[in-house]
Design a protein around this ligand. Structure first.
Ligand SMILES: CC(C)(COP(=O)(O)OP(=O)(O)OC[C@H]1O[C@@H](n2cnc3c(N)ncnc32)[C@H](O)[C@@H]1OP(=O)(O)O)[C@@H](O)C(=O)NCCC(=O)NCCS
Length: 153
């Protein structure tokens, strides 16, 4: 695989690009204010971006709660899927989390989002339950997944 992107922490200046990515990829995209709050809350959040020739091609946001990691968001720029961008963001986040002593991770994913589910299953996530009507706009249910971060897939 030709890996041409690098991963760095997200910064305030990234918000405009991230909004474009969000609006193309999510049925309920975050607003500028929500994104800014998340990126600048470095106490409990860690947002990273994949940058290729000066353009953001993917991003991942995680939240730390005690010794657990919660995946808040993960998106690849529309048109750039299938290159391993999301996988590389998760790999980088896992290494960081393990170094912090975090051992478990959780997330919610829409029941219809099979692509994302396949990706998460490769990272050792397993379904443990369903949150009914989790998404406000679509009223879709979410699967609740958990993973052991030391899992070697
Ligand atoms: C889900 C999402 C984040 C995946 O991002 P991605 O960058 O395409 O993910 P990757 O390329 O790392 O992996 C996806 C698949 O591509 C495959 N792949 C990776 N590199 C590849 C390559 N060079 N050539 C072909 N396929 C490749 C992987 O094997 C993986 O296959 P899988 O679907 O069977 O697991 C992306 O589709 C997206 O942004 N979707 C909309 C937002 C969303 O649903 N986010 C998750 C919310 S919980």
């Amino acid at each position: 695989m030709n890996v041409a992107w690098t991963i760095r922490p997200a910064e305030r200046r990234d918000v405009t690009e991230l909004l474009v990515l969000e609006e193309a990829q999510f049925p309920e995209p975050w607003t500028r204010g929500m994104l800014l709050d998340e990126i600048t809350n470095v106490e409990t959040r860690r947002y990273t971006v994949a940058v290729e020739v000066g353009r953001i091609v993917g991003y991942l946001g995680v939240m730390f709660v005690l010794d657990e990691l919660h995946v808040n968001t993960l998106g690849t720029l529309h048109g750039q899927e299938g290159r391993g961008i999301a996988s590389s963001l998760l790999d980088e986040a896992w290494a960081n989390a393990l170094a912090r002593g975090v051992r478990r991770a959780t997330l919610e994913v829409a029941v219809s989002n099979e692509r994302a589910q396949q990706l998460y299953y490769r990272f050792g996530f397993r379904p443990v339950g369903v949150r009914k009507n989790y998404y406000e706009r679509t009223r879709e249910d979410a699967l609740v997944l958990w993973a052991d971060l030391s899992f070697e897939g």
